[in-house]
Design a protein around this ligand. Sequence first.
Ligand code: HEM
Length: 417
Amino acid sequence: YGVPGLALRTAARRGDLIAGTTADPAVRADPFPAYDAIRARGPLVRNRVVNATATHSVASAVLRSEEFLVAPSAAPTSWLGVLSAAALDPRALGPTDPPSLLAIQPPDHTRLRRLVSRAFTARAVSGFTERIREIADGLLDDIAGRTAPTFDLIESYAALVPVTVIAEIIGVPAAMRRQFLAWGNEAALTLDPGLSWRDYRSAERALRASHRWLAEHIASLRRSPSNEMLGDLVHLVDDGDRLTDTELRATALLLLGAGFETTVNLIGNAVALLLEHPEQLARLREDPSGWDNAVEEVLRYDSPVQVTVRTARSTTEVAGVRVREGSNVLVMLGGANRDPAVFEDPHTFDVTRGNARDHLAFSAGIHYCLGASLARLEAGIALRALFERFPGLSAAGAPTRRGTRVLRGYQALPLSS
Ligand code: HEM
């Protein structure tokens, strides 16, 4: 491990709750008691390098506040303000360089988001319903056609539905999808603080390779138009405004990465939870109109993105606590989603919960997830199709969690059909 990992782990060993949620594997496996402890200590708590909140109202206010910006273009490995691999290498290529939507501020953000968002409105996304169903059914056919009754849900299904859908929307050829999945898994590590030098290097290689491929692909789209989203964006001119090649690469990569690295966790977490709560699964089988709310409850209870970060634009106050200019606030989305002030019995998984949709799993404010409608639709279709196809679906061994800190999901989820 490089310096950041060490610093974080040392702080975690000394009982630093905030560091523990990312650096201590035991806390990470079940971070919810730590979030409760942070919330009990105050609406905004602080260690030597960072502020954090697991309180819903404060998290929501910080995310919506103009006083706070997304972390500027330094790679998020330096989130905690400690020496980071990125800081040591000025040419380092993080997911925010060239800057994507997630790393830029208005007015650039407003302009880029407006250009891209038309493809992801709830209405535009509902047009993908049939195709998502076909993709899910095709993958289930493959699973059903195997001789062995056991399969890994993540590898054979949960990862493939989202990557196939987003790659089709953007216009990445089928032959490249597994490659992007592999690059995405390596690159996702850069979301985490305290990254080892080796992981950092492999993430950087994956990012560079995907940028190279996309640069060539965009050049070919400039020569010959295509109907997919990237093709449209390449040729889009809006009030004389158009996306530069750098913006196109950054946007395509963000959409691809955000499109599958998160939804895989939503589908995996949902299946694990429903198999643990057969009575709730039975209720959904009886009344499939409950599926949409069940997806919201999974998002709340086991949020695929556990934490995000904001930087104070100037010295300000949050919940009575002074936050200095340039200092960071860790917004613990997974903790806010278990806040008893908003969710009754927050640690109970209940697919019929009335206000499940009040979760912050998709963030809030101007960076609210652009793909929220797509993720909801995909997960609803994929889950229903899976449980309809295999009525006797059951666990076939111990699941393993991903080692990632920001993203929360399963690495492997062995099931028996
Ligand atoms: C932003 C979560 C699926 C595209 C975000 C953010 C969160 C999030 C928490 C904001 C981070 C912040 O405020 O710092 C999720 C979850 C998903 C999911 C939990 C699935 C369960 C998707 C999909 C797409 C997507 C399918 C593909 C279109 C984006 C984009 C942004 C974003 C482009 C940046 C928006 C901006 O900065 O304006 N997502 N996401 N996401 N997401 Fe998602």
